[in-house]
Design a protein around this ligand. Structure first.
Ligand SMILES: Cc1cc2nc3c(=O)[nH]c(=O)nc-3n(C[C@H](O)[C@H](O)[C@H](O)COP(=O)(O)O)c2cc1C
Ligand code: SF4
Ligand code: SF4
Length: 260
């Protein structure tokens, strides 16, 4: 069955993955419905897709893996041989096992992956790395990926002969003791609660937004970006250490990779 509905499932705390997703969707030119899973929900919604739908899954890479908060939504996710494409955005370091992990998780829930891609972009922790990416050239390649996916779903009667291979290790990278929890400066914070409302991990107390639960925080930096008072920061010492480390291992001119 040829798909006639496009569904966009993504996680994007600082908006880059969403931007890539929208560029791709615009190139596919089908009526679409978005499932933005960046919004924290105690009760996860049921996500069940049919054969006549084409689903795009997009996530940022966190420490070489798919963000665990996104995978929580996979508990009630299913396809019925539904064609899908998967992509990751990453901050010009490496995407390691993230694309393979996303593909495996999607396939394990009844989807048939017919395309995959990894897009190097601005690093959400250290924005000078990959600054301004996706740039015009990247957006062209992202749109082209969308066009190729569209051709594939329109042409193929059956996707049985399509097998996509992506880089990554079968034993995924173990997440390290990584923690860059932003703290609110009590002298600047007005207590407006905007950071608490948008935190994808539910780590900030709505009643007392100056308090952050370190165990729940996934270091995504969304709260830092939304705070108009600029009250939220990660520790200067930790941040400077991270900048030094990432400047050595990231390459701002990394290329987009597609797997079709
Ligand atoms: C907690 C965290 C971990 C990250 N780990 C990696 C990584 O392992 N490799 C990499 O190249 N970029 C890494 N990044 C950068 C993001 O993958 C990249 O900036 C992504 O596009 C952010 O997506 P978003 O804007 O949709 O939130 C990391 C960012 C954060 C916040
Ligand atoms: S968004 Fe900023 S000012 Fe508002 S509660 Fe959060 S830290 Fe305080
Ligand atoms: S508290 Fe942590 S998880 Fe929540 S928005 Fe801020 S960085 Fe992201």
């Amino acid at each position: 069955m040829k798909p006639n509905e496009l569904k966009l499932v993504y996680f994007s705390p600082t908006g880059t993955t969403r931007k890539v997703m929208m560029e791709m969707a615009a190139a596919i030119r089908m009526k679409s419905v978005s499932y933005d899973l960046t919004v924290h929900k105690e009760k996860k919604p049921a996500l069940h897709f049919r054969e006549n739908e084409f689903v795009l899954f997009g996530v940022p890479v966190y420490a070489g893996r798919v963000p665990a908060s996104f995978l929580q939504y996979f508990e009630d996710l299913s396809g019925k041989g539904t064609p899908a494409a998967v992509f990751v955005t990453y901050g010009c370091r490496e995407y390691e096992d993230a694309l393979l992990e996303l593909k495996n998780e999607v396939e394990a829930r009844g989807f048939h992956v017919i395309g995959a891609a990894a897009f190097p972009v601005e690093h959400s922790l250290v924005r000078s790395i990959g600054l301004g990416r996706p740039n015009k050239k990247d957006l062209g390649e992202i749109a082209d990926f969308g066009v190729q996916l569209k051709r594939r779903i329109q042409k193929e009667e059956s996707f049985d002969n399509i097998q996509i291979t992506v880089p990554g290790n079968a034993t995924y990278k173990k997440p390290g003791p990584f923690s860059l929890v932003p703290k609110a400066d009590a002298t600047v914070c007005t207590g407006c609660g905007n950071c608490a409302k948008v935190c994808p991990a539910g780590a900030i107390s709505l009643k007392e937004p100056k308090k952050t639960d370190k165990k729940k925080c996934i270091s995504c930096q969304k709260c830092v970006r939304v705070c108009k008072e600029k009250a939220r920061h990660i520790s200067k010492i930790k941040y400077n250490m991270l900048v030094n480390k990432l400047n050595k291992v990231c390459q701002s001119d990394k290329k987009c990779e597609v797997f079709l």
